[in-house]
Write a new protein. Structure first.
Length: 491
C-alpha cells in the first residue's frame, strides 16, 4: 500500500439498502456491481472500510427500537423512520461473522479479491471494549466480562444487566462505557484484567486478519491498562496483566493495518504500541472551532506522528462536514486531502449529505447530491492521486503579510518529488485573506529573470509570477473565505 493512503468508509447496511432499491431486488455483498469498486479505484481510494458488517445483536436491535432517547436522532436523520429501519447498532454485535443482511464469508472473500485486483485493501471493524449481551461468551465464558454484585446493580440498575447463567447462577454483567459518560446499556463490558479475555480477543483479531487487510479499532484507548483500571477498578477480580493488550495484539498480527479510533491525547501512545494510524480528532476540532494559528501549530508535530495520523472532517460519529463547515468545507477538505497521513473520507461526504445517520439505522433519507461539491471532490481526488502526494516530501511553509494582517488566516505547504512540486494554500479564516508564501529555493526555477507559471489544479486557472519577485517577497496569494489553491509549477 502506498504512503499517505486514501481511505473510504462505507456504511454497509444502508449502502446495500440503496443499491437494492436501484436494482429492484435485494442485494448482499455478492450482488454489488463491479462499477462500485471501479469508481472507488478511479477516485484513488487505497482502503475500503466496510463499516458495520458483523452480526448485529437481536437484543441490541430491540433496545435500539425501544429507547426513547434515540428517537430524536432518528427523527432528524430519517423523518419517516419505522421500527423496521432500526437495524441495531453496528457496534453491538453478537458474533464476528457477516450479518445475514450483509452476506457470507464467501461474499466477503470475493469482495477482497475484487479490491486487491484494483490495488485496494479491505478494512473491517474490531470492537475491543464490548460485545452485545447475546454474544455466546455471555453464557459460555461470563468471566470474560466485568461484573458487579447485586448491591451494585441495585445502586445503579442501568449500569448492569442481570444474566441468568443457570437457575442458581445470576451474574450482574456491566454495561460498556467510557469513564466520562453514562453506560451504553446495549453492550456488555469485556474485562481486560482477565488474561483469558485478552487471549480470546487476540484470537478474534487473528481471525479477522485472515479475512481482511486491516481493522478500524473502536474506542481503542478504553482498553489501555490505566484507563481500564481507572474506569473499572472497583469491580476487577484480578490484577491487570503487566503488558498492554495492544502490544500483544500488534505482535500477533504484524502485517495487518490497525487504525485506532482514539481521543484524549492518547494518539502518540497508541502509535508507539504499534498502531499504523490513529484518529486525528485534534485537527478536526481545530479546523472546526479554532484559529488558523492553532491548526498550524498542530501541523508542527513530529513527522512520524503526522505520517501516522488519520485526517478527517467527517465519519460515522461526527456531523456531516457540509452541514458544520458550510462554505469552509472546500478548504477543510483540501487540508485533510493533502496532508501527510491517512486521508479518511466518508460515504456521502462527496455528495454533500447534510444529515448524519445514527449507526442504529439501516436506511438513508433521500437527499439530492450537491453537484458543485461532487465536482470539487472529483477534482481534489484526481489531484491528490498524483505520486507526489504519496511519495514526495511534505513541508510546511511560512507566510508573510501583504498589506494587512489577514495572512495569519492562510496556511501553506508543499510536496516535492524528483523536481516535481505541488503548492497548497488554504484560507481558514472568516473573510478574504492575502499574503506572500515563502517558497523553498528548489522550486523557484530558472532563469532568475524569467517567470514561473502556477496552474491551480482545482479550477485550471494559471498565474504567472516573476522569478525575481518570488525570490524577494514570495508568491502573492489572495483567497476568499473557504477557498484553496493546489498549484502545479510549470517551469
Amino acid at each position: 500500500m502506498r504512503a499517505h493512503p486514501n481511505l473510504y468508509e462505507i456504511s454497509t447496511w444502508p449502502w446495500l439498502d440503496e443499491l437494492s432499491k436501484r436494482a429492484g431486488r435485494h442485494l448482499t455483498l455478492a450482488g454489488v456491481p463491479d462499477r462500485e469498486w471501479d469508481h472507488l479505484q478511479l477516485c484513488g481510494i487505497d482502503i475500503v472500510y466496510l463499516m458495520g458488517i458483523w452480526k448485529r445483536s437481536a437484543l441490541g436491535r430491540q433496545l435500539a427500537r425501544s429507547e426513547p432517547s434515540l428517537f430524536g436522532a432518528y427523527d432528524r436523520a430519517l423523518p419517516d423512520w419505522t421500527a423496521r429501519d432500526v437495524a441495531g447498532s453496528a457496534y453491538c454485535i453478537s458474533a464476528y461473522e457477516p450479518d445475514g443482511r450483509i452476506g457470507t464469508w464467501d461474499d466477503l472473500a470475493d469482495i477482497r479479491v475484487k479490491l486487491h485486483a484494483r490495488g485496494m485493501r479491505l478494512m473491517v471493524d474490531f470492537i475491543p471494549n464490548h460485545t452485545g449481551f447475546d454474544h455466546p461468551w455471555i453464557q459460555s465464558h461470563p468471566d470474560r466480562y466485568v461484573q458487579g454484585d447485586e448491591s451494585a446493580f441495585r445502586r445503579n440498575p442501568r449500569a448492569f444487566r442481570p444474566i441468568e447463567i443457570s437457575p442458581a447462577d445470576v451474574r450482574f454483567i456491566a454495561c460498556g462505557r467510557d469513564p466520562y459518560f453514562a453506560p451504553w446499556t446495549d453492550v456488555a463490558q469485556l474485562d481486560y484484567s482477565n488474561a483469558d479475555t485478552r487471549a480470546a480477543m487476540i484470537d478474534v483479531l487473528e481471525r479477522l486478519a485472515g479475512r481482511a487487510d486491516g481493522a478500524r479499532c473502536d474506542m481503542a484507548m478504553l482498553v489501555l491498562s490505566d484507563i481500564f483500571s481507572r474506569t473499572w477498578g472497583d469491580y476487577l477480580r484480578t490484577i491487570i496483566p503487566a503488558g498492554e493488550f495492544w502490544a500483544d495484539a500488534r505482535a500477533a498480527v504484524r502485517k495487518f493495518t490497525l487504525l485506532a479510533e482514539v481521543y484524549w491525547n492518547f494518539e502518540w501512545r497508541l502509535q508507539h504500541l504499534g498502531f499504523d494510524f490513529t484518529y486525528d480528532k485534534g485537527l478536526y476540532d481545530r479546523l472546526l472551532h479554532s484559529s488558523p494559528a492553532d491548526v498550524r501549530g498542530h501541523l508542527t508535530a513530529d513527522a512520524d506522528y503526522q505520517r501516522r495520523s488519520a485526517r478527517f472532517i467527517e465519519n460515522h460519529d461526527e456531523p456531516r462536514s457540509a452541514a458544520v463547515f458550510g462554505d469552509r468545507v472546500r478548504a477543510a477538505a483540501v487540508v485533510i486531502g493533502t496532508l501527510p497521513g491517512l486521508r479518511f473520507f466518508h460515504q456521502g461526504q462527496f455528495e454533500g449529505r447534510m444529515e448524519r445517520l445514527p449507526v442504529q439505522l439501516g436506511r438513508w433519507s433521500d437527499e439530492a447530491p450537491n453537484e458543485d461539491l461532487l465536482r470539487f471532490y472529483a477534482r481534489l481526488l484526481s489531484t491528490v492521486n498524483d505520486d507526489v502526494f504519496h511519495e514526495g516530501e511534505w513541508r510546511l511553509l511560512d507566510l508573510h503579510p501583504a498589506g494587512d494582517g489577514s495572512s495569519s488566516d492562510l496556511l501553506a505547504w508543499q510536496w516535492l518529488r524528483a523536481g516535481e512540486m505541488r503548492l497548497v494554500v488554504v484560507n481558514l479564516g472568516e473573510g478574504t485573506a492575502q499574503g506572500f508564501v515563502q517558497l523553498s529555493f528548489e522550486v523557484a526555477g530558472d532563469p532568475k529573470d524569467g517567470a514561473i507559471a502556477f496552474e491551480d489544479q482545482l479550477d485550471g486557472e494559471r498565474y504567472t509570477w516573476p522569478r525575481r519577485a518570488l525570490d524577494e517577497s514570495g508568491l502573492y496569494v489572495k483567497l476568499e473565505r473557504g477557498a484553496a489553491h493546489i498549484f502545479r509549477i510549470l517551469n
